[in-house]
Design a protein around this ligand. Structure first.
Ligand code: FE2
Length: 169
C-alpha cells in the first residue's frame, strides 16, 4: 500500500456534517444485493462538494500523484458500525453526466485511510482484503474495478476518496 504523511486533523474530520447516502435499491451498483436484510445496512455517509472541504484537502490535491489529472474531486466518507458497501463497481453517474465522460476506465479513484484501521474495518479491492492499514495509506483503482468496504466493528471508519480524470469536453 502506498502512503502519504497524515496532515489532517481528526477532530475536524469527525465534526463535518455527513449525510447518509441512500443506497438500498437506489444505487444500481448494488441492485443484486436485494435481500431485505441489506435494507438497513447498505450505504455510508458522505461529505461531498459543493460543501466546503477542510483546508488539508487543498494541499493534498496539489501532490504530484494528481498532476496528470485535470479534474480532481475530493470527498470524505464515514461508515458507522454495521454499515457495508459490498463488492461493487462504481456507477460514476454524476461524473459521466457533468463531465461528458463516456468511458469510465478513464476515471481513477484514490481511497485514503484517515485513521489506522480499527478492529472490524475491512476494505476489499478486487481479490485483496485490507485489514491493517495505517493512517495515510492509500489504494487506487480504475473505472470498473470491484471494491468493497465493511464496518463490522464498534468505531466509525473515516476515509477520503479522490476521484480524478482528464476532462474530455
Ligand atoms: Fe464504490
Amino acid at each position: 500500500m502506498e502512503y502519504i504523511k497524515p496532515i489532517w486533523n481528526l477532530e475536524e474530520i469527525r465534526s463535518l456534517d455527513y449525510e447518509f447516502v441512500e443506497t438500498y435499491q437506489k444505487n444500481p451498483s448494488y441492485d443484486h444485493y436485494h435481500h431485505s436484510r441489506y435494507k438497513d445496512i447498505i450505504g455510508n455517509e458522505a461529505y461531498y462538494l459543493p460543501k466546503p472541504m477542510p483546508s488539508f484537502i487543498d494541499e493534498i490535491i496539489k501532490y504530484p500523484i494528481f498532476d496528470e489529472f485535470d479534474i480532481v474531486l475530493p470527498g470524505i466518507h464515514r461508515m458507522q458500525p454495521g454499515m457495508v458497501l459490498p463488492l461493487h463497481a462504481d456507477p460514476f453517474g454524476n461524473i459521466k453526466r457533468l463531465y461528458n465522460i463516456e468511458d469510465i476506465e478513464q476515471v481513477y479513484r484514490y481511497l485514503f485511510f484517515l485513521e489506522d484501521s480499527k478492529p472490524g474495518h475491512l476494505t476489499q479491492l478486487e481479490d485483496k482484503i485490507i485489514v491493517n492499514n495505517e493512517a495515510g495509506n492509500y489504494i487506487k483503482w480504475k473505472g470498473s474495478a470491484l471494491h468493497a468496504a465493511f464496518n463490522m466493528g464498534i468505531e466509525d471508519r473515516y476515509t477520503m476518496q479522490i476521484t480524478c480524470f482528464n476532462n474530455s469536453i
